[in-house]
Design a protein around this ligand. Structure first.
Ligand code: GUN
Length: 287
């Protein structure tokens, strides 16, 4: 029987701590952290994510501006709008919800966000910091995973960590963060031969594949810590992760559920990054 890692509870704790810190900041500086969230088009999943981000801001006391733009906006106009938020001294963080509708260039749009307002940690300069371990902003999802590990007293030090998935947003930064905490890290992906043989060596297994119930019980070592980053729909349309929870849970020592595991942590860490951006901005510009 595994301990079920309660991401909903930990995320609420992180938000409560940030609320307290934000109230103190506002009292001391008379300024409130502010996040601009730019949503292009009407993708229902993106709309839900953006709503959750705005809700978290409100709970903590971070000002948020949600900018909704039509799917047929031109690249030039989108970049102009992002740059107008970049230029505003009262805006600490900017986030462009991904993916953008067809015809728009996400890379070019993201390049309009200056590194110091890049609360997603997508900017090449921030990616460089992640590589070196001298973080300014932590990428939200892997940072959420690390926070869960810390708060459950699980250290990657001396452990074999296997990450399945090599995306720029999750897999790669996740591996770096585990490495910086002295894990011995392996990154697996769709072209890894004998994947199950590799994943069975993991003391900490992170699944970031994007395929429903991809990680089966035979891929998991007895007593492993299993972290599920996936958000998918199963054959019945029910929300599920990358891990076959029902069959893997009895073998694991700790496991994150979907929903209620890593998901809520991503937004909590975005709030943390926005607070950090405000601290930096106030010490350099607004203070
Ligand atoms: N779409 C899915 N995940 C993310 C994320 O972490 N940040 C942004 N901006 N868009 C996303």
């Amino acid at each position: 029987m595994a301990t079920i890692i309660d991401g909903k509870k930990i995320a609420a704790e992180v938000r409560a701590e940030l609320k307290e810190k934000t109230e103190k900041m506002v009292a001391e500086t008379k300024r409130r952290p502010a996040l601009a969230v730019i949503l292009v088009g009407e993708d229902p999943a993106s709309q839900v994510y953006v709503r959750n981000k705005a809700k978290a801001c409100e709970e903590i006391g971070i000002a948020s501006e949600v900018v909704t733009l039509a799917a047929d906006i031109t690249q030039e106009m989108l970049e102009f709008i992002i740059k107008s938020y970049a230029a505003r001294v009262d805006i600490d963080g900017i986030l462009v919800q991904m993916p953008l509708p067809k015809g728009l260039d996400g890379e070019k749009a993201l390049a309009c966000i200056p590194a110091e307002k890049d609360v997603d940690a997508f900017h090449p300069e921030n990616v460089g910091h992640i590589m070196r371990g001298d973080y300014r902003f932590l990428p939200c999802t892997p940072a959420g995973v690390m926070e869960l590990l810390h708060r459950y007293g699980i250290s990657p030090a001396g452990k074999k960590c296997v990450v399945i998935g090599r995306s720029d947003i999750v897999g790669k930064p996740m591996a770096m963060m585990l490495l910086h905490e002295n894990g011995t890290v392996e990154i697996c992906h769709s072209k890894t031969p004998n994947l199950a043989e590799e994943t069975r060596t993991a003391d900490i297994l992170v699944a970031a594949v994007g395929r429903p119930k991809f990680v089966t019980a035979d891929m998991v070592k007895e007593g492993a810590v299993v972290i599920d980053v996936g958000i998918n729909r199963d054959e019945n349309g029910k929300l599920c992760g990358d891990v076959d929870f029902e069959n893997v849970e009895p073998k694991a020592s700790f496991i994150t559920p979907v929903p209620g595991g890593v998901g809520p942590m991503t937004v909590a860490m975005l709030m943390q990054n926005t607070f950090t951006a405000a601290e930096n901005n106030m010490s350099t510009n607004r203070g």
